[in-house]
Each structure stands twice: as C-alpha cells, then as structure tokens.
Design a protein around this ligand. Sequence first.
Ligand SMILES: [Zn+2]
Ligand SMILES: [Zn+2]
Ligand SMILES: [Zn+2]
Ligand SMILES: [Zn+2]
Ligand SMILES: [Zn+2]
Ligand SMILES: [Zn+2]
Length: 469
Amino acid sequence: MEEDDADYEDYYNTSEDPEMEVPQEEDPEQFDFECLATEDVERLFNECVEGVCAALPVKPSLAKLLLHTHAWNAKEITVLYTAGASKLLVDSRIKPANPPQTEAQSVRGCKSVSCSVCLLYYIGEHFRALACGHYFCKECWSTHFEIQINQGITTMMECMGQGCSLLVPEDFVLSILNKAILREKYQKFSFSDYVKSHPELRFCPGTNCSTIVLAKEPQSKRVTCKYCKVVFCFKCGSDYHAPTDCDTIKKWLTKCADDSETANYISANTKDCPKCSICIEKNGGCNHMQCYSCKFDFCWMCLLDWNSHGSEYYECSRYKENPNIANESAHAQAREALKKYLFYFERWENHARSLRLEEQTHQKIIDRINEKVMASEGTWIDWQYLRNAASLLAKCRYTLQYTYPFAYYMETGPRKALFEYQQAQLEAEIENLSWKIERAETTDRGELENQMDVAEKRRTTLLKDFLAV
Ligand SMILES: [Zn+2]
Ligand SMILES: [Zn+2]
Ligand SMILES: [Zn+2]
Ligand SMILES: [Zn+2]
Ligand SMILES: [Zn+2]
Ligand SMILES: [Zn+2]
C-alpha cells in the first residue's frame, strides 16, 4: 500500500507546483441551468404545443397529450406520426384500436337516451364521448372528473367506458367541468404532471418554493435555487450527493433509516481523553482534538495520536476488511458486515455533525468581524477572507461526508485504493483547515488561504476522478 501511495503522491505533485501555473481546469461540478417561474414554463409548454400543431394536423389538446406521453420530444412525435399517424394515436391512447360502433354515433341526434352510468334519460345533446364513442351524460363525466382530480389524477384520466383506456384530453375536461375550484385544481395538477414528464425540468424541492429548474443536459449535478437557495441534485431532486450517484445515495439513506436503532449509540458528544482519561466534549467541527488538561493531540474518530494523521499517511478514513472473511462462519460474516457499516456510518454521521458545529463557528466569525469593524480594526472587505474560508470549509466537508457512502459500496480493488487515498488526503487537509479556522485569530492570512487552496484542490481532484453523472 505504501508503495502505491508514493505513486499517487507524484500524481498530485505535478499539478501542485505553484511555479507551474496549470491552465484553469474544468470544474467537475460545473452545470448549466436556469431557474424559471411557473409562467415561464407555461410559455415553454405552449411553444412546444404550437410547434407540434404547426408540423402535424392535430389539435393543441392532443398535441399536449402526445408531448406529455413522449417526454416532450416533438421531433420523435413528428417521426412517429409520419411513419404511421394511426398507430401513434392508438399507442398514445388518443384513438381507439377499433372504430366505435355505429349505433353509439347516433346518440347526439336522439330525443331521449338513457345514460348507462346514472340510468337517467336526457336528450342526445346532453351526451359526450371521446373518439371511442362511449357516450355518457355530462353530469356523469363531471362526477368522474371530480373523483379523479381529488385523487390527484389529471393527465392520465381515462374514459369511463368498460375496458376503455382512452385518455381524456384537456379541452374535453374543461368543456364539461364547471366548478372553478376543480378547474383550478385540474390545471395545477396537470401542470405538475407536465413538469415531471419533461426530462429537462425539475421542481425545486424547497419548502413553499415554486421555482422550476431547466437544464438542457439532465445530469446528477448540483443546482442551487436562485430564490430559496436550496441545494439539490438535478437528476433525483434529493440533497446534492457527489461523488455518490443517485441510486447509491438512495440505497445508503434507506439503509441508514433501517439501521438507525443499531447506529444510534454512536452519536456521542463526549469521549475520554485517551491519555489522561478526562472527559472531553466536542464543540467544534474539527476532528483534531487537543485535551484541555494534558494537551495531548488526538483524533476524535479513532482516539489515536494526531501525529499519526499527517497528510502523508492518513489511515483513519480507510476501513480494513478482513481478507479471509469468505471462509469464516455466517455469524462472523454478519458481525463483520455490521462492523464495516458502522465504521462508514460513524464517519458519515460525524461529518454531518461537524458541518452543523462549523455553521456555528461561521456565525461566530461573522460576529467577531463585526466587533473588529466596529473597533476600526479593518473593514468588512479586509476580513472577508475569513468568511470565504468558512464557506469553503463547509463545501469541502460536505463533499467529504458524501465520500463515505461511495466508499462503502465500492468494490475492493485498485480503484477503491485510489479513491481511499484521495479521500484520506481530503480528510487530512480539511481537518487542517478546520483547525486553522477555529484559531483564525492567530493564524496568518496567507497560511489560511494556502490551506484553502490545497483543500479545494483535493476536493476537485477527487470529484474529477470519481464524479459520475
Ligand atoms: Zn349519467
Ligand atoms: Zn371509451
Ligand atoms: Zn427554490
Ligand atoms: Zn441525485
Ligand atoms: Zn488529556
Ligand atoms: Zn483517527
């Protein structure tokens, strides 16, 4: 392992020499997106509908239905329509596979017809049907719509005919539905369905935020809502999770929720100093602890001497699997599996807690800067670097937290070894940064900024190599 480490060391040193200014490399998290309001998106939908109507002889309501069922791909719709209009309309549940019976077609002209749902008699004019010819009275349609809408079903509403799965288009619904409140609900739910079926659109998950994010390339990348500032993954809509991919983070979070009983005892705010045994409370984010009594420097995670955690050889983030586990008893294997999970979970959880504690540090920094500015010790701009340092620390630690589920599910091998090496480097530099920020008053600005550079470089290197989108 140590030999491998030496190789990776070169891998970094080439780009780290400050004399050799490398051109600004591409940011692995760079992502083009736009934050839109409901009206903007409605306009976008209308333009798509108009585009389809201009190219094909279909009504706007059917064009919208086609777009909705074909992921808003107008080009694909045109191709399919040209290849066989009838097949497309049947497949899209707009046209019935078999033409309607002739007797049904004459209903509208009748003087008195009974509705097959409510059994009441009305004049033919009072009946409506889709292309399938399943005629029902307007009252029954209206009741049908009301029930469906109240269940949240709108764009996928079907005909009431026995065994008929034809979809009810928007104009048909709105021509029958009278109650304003239901019309409003229908339009609201439909809009939400359209956004969900559009691969380039995503609702902002922020509470009470109606922003819709548009990205031409739908990837699992970081989006920050312009309005509510919530940060999320464009692809899955959950908390941003690089370098872990959408499926893996989902699996991890489910596992954490399932195993929360087992893992709960891990969250401890106090531990005993490994040297003098005095009780120590962790009230900062940094894992590099110093005993207030005996001054021993140790690691909060493994309780070993901090000196063994230099960036050259940082082992604390790496789980050492038992290479012979396959030959052990089922019981031993289960115990090993739990041990492994708890190792990763403890680090995941600890970084989450550090993030919260460092948020408090950030607040304290702002207060300290205010005091200094009031006392005419420099201006806000002079002290801005401290705030930048705290923000960068949060960004780096966040990524670091999400490296643990990634490593947990990774298969053992050279790629995992490289990942763990980079993770360890990031871990070491982040703790150095956190240590310096907690002691910002006595840390030299240049030194702090240098540490920021190193930490961010470690972070982007790891993402560049392992961020799959
Ligand atoms: Zn009826
Ligand atoms: Zn029908
Ligand atoms: Zn938002
Ligand atoms: Zn995702
Ligand atoms: Zn001590
Ligand atoms: Zn440690």
